[in-house]
Write a protein that binds this ligand. Structure first.
Ligand SMILES: [Zn+2]
Ligand SMILES: [Zn+2]
Length: 430
């Protein structure tokens, strides 16, 4: 027996109906991105590894455990990886093209797959799609509000209800460092109770303990997330004020942001605002999307000091939350023939229909008329054009309306205009 293959673990095949759903969601998202003034870019799936190591962070799960390396073709090749996320890559594009020299504010969005080599488990994929946005060039908290409203608006437009917005501020770089220092000192006393990963994180990057998946670690670290923002002494006055102002803007915009002082998100480049959006349909572990400010990332990747903020929504999780299957694209017409010797005539009619921009198909497998009708039904054809021997010789075809079951005999030359009339009527009624 020849070996047969299965899809790689942690990947997902989109069937025709699911592909349609994906495109429908992407179109819905695109409309909202444009509504907010964001421009689409399409970037490669592969990048130099350093782009992510120097931005996402060396001690993050993404870089430590999940990155997919591409086998080097030669010794001169730099280390190339499949992109695990979009933000660092957009910044690479932004810097490589010196876009900051052309304009002060740039707003981009992207739609496409990301790759993370996690141990595949339920709901976690190794290839998944993101709808992402990045606004680069301003530290205005109104831009923070815009990014959050944009993410929420996309979910709403796509049909997701019951979403929850969790939000926090990490403070500016110096605030963040103070908090990391505090965590390091306080958690050192609990070191023996932390998991092995967190024991390492304690020295290298204590903030990452807050996104450890182990309940025990989370519990210990969460004790240091002070509920009242005014009691978070390590935050400077400016950062406190910005966060309080942002909360007011969001509330005045009709959102109900939920302040969560433990929220850090697993990426090193975040500063100030971080947020995540969860759905009642999925477990609290699985956010529909998340984002935040990254005011130091551009500098860390070799550019000038330029503030920025962005987010990404997980498309597969959106589909899970929607609990929708998608529909196939219905065919307008289907050409059926009563006998194999009419294949030439049927094929001519098929081309006639397609040339008239009427979507049409036929069966290429010499099935019985009944078999051809079954296929027409699967293709959800609205009309079947039947090529029958006697009628065709007299210059007629039969046209069957698949919804009503009515069948009529019409002149060959009138087939296109008749169908066009029906389609127009159908559209009018819809
Ligand atoms: Zn600050
Ligand atoms: Zn841990």
């Amino acid at each position: 027996m020849t070996k047969t293959y299965k899809s790689v673990r942690g990947t997902y095949d989109f069937s025709p109906a699911e592909a349609n759903l994906f495109n429908e969601l992407a179109e819905g998202a695109r409309k909202i991105f444009h509504l907010f003034g964001y421009e689409e870019i399409i970037l490669p799936l592969i990048e130099e590894e350093g782009v992510f190591v120097r931005s996402v962070g060396e001690t993050t799960d993404i870089v430590e455990k999940q990155i997919f390396r591409i086998i080097k073709r030669s010794e001169e090749d730099t280390s190339i990886v499949l992109r695990p996320e979009g933000t660092a890559q957009v910044v690479r594009y932004y810097l490589e093209n010196s876009i900051y020299k052309q304009r002060s504010l740039s707003k981009f969005f992207y739609i496409g797959p990301m790759f993370r080599g996690e141990r595949p488990q339920r709901g976690r994929l190794r290839q998944f799609n993101h709808f992402g946005a990045e606004a680069i060039g301003s530290k205005s908290i109104y831009l923070d509000a815009e990014i959050i409203l944009l993410a929420m608006k996309i979910l709403e437009a796509i049909g997701i209800s019951q979403v929850k917005l969790n939000i926090n501020t990490l403070g500016c770089q110096s605030d963040k460092e103070k908090f990391q220092q505090l965590l390091r000192e306080e958690l050192a006393r609990e070191k023996s109770r932390l998991c092995d990963d967190c024991k390492r994180r304690l020295e290298k990057n204590s903030l990452r303990i807050l996104d450890c998946k182990e309940e025990q670690c989370k519990k210990i670290a969460n004790n240091f997330c002070v509920r009242d923002i005014n009691d978070r002494f390590y935050l400077c006055a400016d950062c406190k004020k910005d966060f309080n102002d942002l909360m007011s803007i969001l509330k005045n915009s009709g959102l109900k942001p939920d302040y969560n002082p433990c929220l850090v998100r697993g990426l090193d480049y975040y500063t100030n605002t971080v947020f995540e959006i969860t759905s009642g349909y999925l477990g609290s572990q699985d956010a529909l999307g998340a984002g935040g400010r990254y005011n130091n990332l551009i500098k860390n990747l070799g550019g000038p000091e330029i503030p920025a903020i962005g987010f990404a929504l997980g498309v597969e999780r959106i589909i899970l939350a929607l609990n929708k299957k998608g529909k196939i694209t219905p065919q307008t017409a289907f050409v059926a023939l009563t006998g194999e010797k009419l294949i030439n005539e049927a094929y001519l009619i098929l081309q006639l229909l397609r040339n008239a921009n009427i979507s049409a198909d036929m069966d290429f497998c010499a099935k019985s008329l009944k078999g051809q009708f079954r296929y027409a039904e699967r293709k959800e054809a609205s009309y079947v054009v039947i090529i029958a021997d006697d009628e065709y010789k007299e210059g007629y075809v039969l046209l069957k309306n698949m919804e009503t079951g009515e069948q009529e005999k019409i002149k060959k030359e009138e087939l296109i205009s008749t169908l066009r009339g029906y389609i127009a009527d159908g559209e009018g009624a819809a």
